[in-house]
Design a protein around this ligand. Structure first.
Ligand SMILES: *[C@@H]1O[C@H](CO)[C@@H](O)[C@H](O)[C@H]1NC(C)=O
Ligand SMILES: *[C@@H]1O[C@H](CO)[C@@H](O)[C@H](O)[C@H]1NC(C)=O
Ligand SMILES: *[C@@H]1O[C@H](CO)[C@@H](O)[C@H](O)[C@H]1NC(C)=O
Ligand SMILES: *[C@@H]1O[C@H](CO)[C@@H](O)[C@H](O)[C@H]1NC(C)=O
Ligand SMILES: *[C@@H]1O[C@H](CO)[C@@H](O)[C@H](O)[C@H]1NC(C)=O
Length: 478
């Protein structure tokens, strides 16, 4: 069940996208989060009913098994033999890069893109505004315990906890999130047990309930002290190393891990060796699911439809085309990149000031988190949250939560480049494309992301991605 959620929103072989948060192969992630009641900052006068009910120490052990539901065979394209496939079908980005590299180096008129990427915020300002009532509520008597199990990846656990606080608030229940495995201490006869608890609460609920979700997500939930303290040091190092850009840096959520590439059924330029490795990876994680009769795998159609994970090279070319120069600091948030030596090289060539958790943190600092995917994802999450520009390349919970969080922190603007990959593959298709044409295309993509930066939640959309207007209010411009 939770695997399905983590596999997200319909990418990859026409079935579903691989999971949302960076992680290693399949370690067991152990994550400690705690809810530091926001109310404690304002002394006892402001009681947050469900939060005070919330057992403060939450110890969750994430499960990392793949238990994808059998994907429904979906026809994503019909293989027809053709001389020349339609534009955007084939990975030609390295050839495009080869042709454009000299022009990129010669183009020095780009130093200010970090300062000028976003324009929308000047016209609209949003501020967090949680319903005051929430902070003043008297504690009603508890009707009993609500016990949930929060499993899945980092942000799926986050969603479960926030929704559970909201449900506990609705029921006047005492919320208990025990150690991942159901704890007999809480076998109270009045307890309602919901396990696993994810995706049980509708997107649209009354505003006081939305307020509880936001209060929990943005104010109460904190990463545990060791995660927070290393993450803060990493952010400061990024800012210090970006001093030529006023402390501003770009963060990129790269989804180019082996299982992601395998799951997408897209093909790149690794030839037979890549094909063998991907077949093996698919077999390892999904047994025969990709070989079912009736299942048509069309890498070309996937690519044209914008479903293929962007390679590090493609992200680099896109950003250079958007006007980010080679002195821009870039933080890459990711699990283990597939064939990293080959695929990361061009991104480093385009952006020499490139950092990852492994380069920002020392081996000693990272040692306690090693092998714990959710904790490593929490470090990535924090560095991405504080960047000037966040780049998402493949959907999933991780970028969706970050976009919402960044809206909450940035006066409503997600400051996120969420490229339309159907458009991108067309620009990456023609090795003869002129540099100025390429730049114009990329700047359109950036402009589009800027326009979409401030977006209000639609009824069927997630509050965790769109905190406006439920949890933020528009401020009059002075
Ligand atoms: C950026 O590019 C310029 C011109 O191509 C080059 O001279 C400079 O060394 C590069 N800077 C970095 C940090 O690589
Ligand atoms: C540099 O870029 C700006 C804005 O994109 C443009 O107005 C200006 O003409 C460019 N300058 C040169 C020398 O190309
Ligand atoms: C919860 O408590 C409030 C305030 O005491 C009360 O108005 C409401 O009916 C209670 N709801 C439930 C489901 O018990
Ligand atoms: C900031 O960066 C400079 C140059 O990169 C380095 O010399 C300095 O030690 C850094 N300061 C901190 C506090 O990391
Ligand atoms: C910061 O920048 C300096 C100089 O460019 C570089 O040597 C260093 O590795 C970077 N990273 C950190 C974490 O300081």
């Amino acid at each position: 069940m939770h695997g399905r959620r983590r596999l997200g929103d319909g990418h990859g072989c026409g079935a579903a996208a691989a999971s949302s948060s960076p992680r290693g192969a399949r370690p067991r992630g152990k994550l400690v989060l705690w809810a530091a009641a926001a109310a404690s900052r304002r002394r006892g006068a402001l009681l947050v009913a469900p939060l005070l009910y919330l057992a403060l120490m939450l110890v969750m052990v994430g499960r990392w098994e793949w238990d994808l539901e059998p994907p429904v065979p979906v026809r994503v394209g019909v293989a027809i033999l053709r001389r020349a496939p339609p534009p955007g079908s084939v990975y030609r980005s390295p050839q495009v890069f080869h042709e454009l590299w000299a022009f990129m180096q010669a183009d020095v008129n780009h130093s200010s893109a970090l300062m000028t990427a976003w324009h929308q915020k000047a016209t609209q300002k949003w501020k967090p505004c949680l319903p005051k009532r929430l902070l003043q509520a008297e504690l009603p008597p508890s009707n009993g315990y609500l016990i949930i199990e929060a499993n899945g990846g980092l942000n799926q656990q986050r969603m479960s906890i926030c929704d559970a606080v909201a449900v506990a608030g609705l029921l006047n229940a005492t919320l208990v999130i025990p150690i991942f495995h159901f704890n007999s201490v809480w076998r109270d006869s009045r307890a309602v047990r919901i396990a696993p608890f994810s995706n049980r609460l509708a997107h649209s609920v009354p505003s006081s309930i939305q307020g509880l979700r936001c209060l929990t997500n943005y104010e109460a939930l904190r990463f545990s002290k060791p995660i927070r303290s290393l993450a803060e040091r990493m952010v400061h190092r990024m800012i210090n190393n970006s001093s030529i850009n006023g402390g501003k840096y770009i963060s990129v959520h790269l989804r180019f891990e082996e299982d992601m590439v395998a799951f997408s059924c897209c093909t790149y330029d690794g030839g037979q060796q890549e094909k063998n490795e991907m077949d093996k990876a698919r077999e390892r994680s999904w047994r025969g699911k990709f070989r079912r009769p009736g299942r048509v795998i069309s890498p070309e159609a996937n690519r044209r439809n914008g479903k293929c994970p962007l390679t590090p090279l493609e992200v680099g070319m896109m950003l250079r085309g958007m006007g980010f120069g080679n002195t821009t600091s870039v933080y890459v948030a990711s699990g283990k990149i597939y064939n990293a030596e080959k695929y990361m090289a061009p991104l480093r060539q385009l952006f020499p000031l490139l950092e990852t958790k492994e380069t920002l943190g020392s081996a000693d600092e990272l040692a306690p988190f090693k092998g714990h995917s959710s904790q490593l994802a929490a470090l990535d999450y924090t560095v991405c949250a504080h960047s000037e520009v966040f780049v998402t390349t493949q959907g999933g919970n991780f970028p969706h939560f970050l976009m919402g969080h960044r809206r909450y922190l940035n006066e409503g603007h997600s400051k996120t480049i969420n490229p339309d990959k159907k458009k991108l593959v067309l620009s990456f298709n023609n090795p003869n494309i002129r540099w100025d044409k390429f730049k114009r295309n990329m700047q359109e993509v950036l402009h589009h992301s800027d326009l979409k930066g401030i977006t209000l939640r639609k009824p069927d959309a997630s509050l965790y991605t769109f905190p406006m207007p439920d949890c933020m209010c528009q401020q009059a411009q002075a």
